[in-house]
Design a protein. Sequence first.
Length: 215
Amino acid sequence: MYKYIFFILIVGIIGGFGFYKYRQHETRLKMLDEISQYSEDVKFQADLGKVLVLYYSLDGHTKDIAERIAKISNGDVLPIQVLDTYEKPLVYWKSKKYLDKKLYPSMDRLPSLDGYHTIFVGGPVWWGTMALPLYGLLDNLSFGGRRVVPFSTQASNYGNFFVDFAARVKNANLLESENFNNWPSDYDTQLNRKIIIWLNKLSYVDEPEESEPEQ
Ligand SMILES: Cc1cc2nc3c(=O)[nH]c(=O)nc-3n(C[C@H](O)[C@H](O)[C@H](O)COP(=O)(O)O)c2cc1C
């Protein structure tokens, strides 16, 4: 009997490990396939007006994308600051609990959007949706009719991030979003190309309006 249980256990462990390795391999192949789409050089040629990039980042991946967007578009970059803290490993448990109970953080201070035409808003995917600080921001900020562009970073799957974003964002002219799986740093050039191709699609067709959008 014990021999039988031991055998089942070993087969289970080997099978589980094999499946995990297979999924890892599959994810890597998908990543390389996506990266291969960005083999040709591209130039940034979008007119986005004055750009602000708002982001929340726990581990630095979203910060990196936010800074690249700001650098390419000659915009400003600002972290989203909320009145709550998130630290690993507790964040896994805390964020799950708070998301399930819809307990979203209050804002430390709201960013001023004065003078900006295009506002990028980015953050990591947590449990298939937006990280809690993005809920805090969207619940407290009205975009005054400005162009708003969401972006996410994630390990492999952005889930409902953009659907949840669109459902909560207030008074925004929502433009095409983009999502970023975490690529190794060897693919820096391809990552910049991916961002430039996306930004070029967001260009004003006409000049930015002279008058300021309402606050
Ligand atoms: C609490 C938590 C939940 C996460 N949930 C997901 C998820 O559902 N799907 C996914 O692909 N990645 C998930 N991740 C991975 C992050 O989205 C990913 O590493 C992201 O790029 C981190 O961004 P940051 O470095 O700016 O914090 C999760 C990470 C954390 C900390």
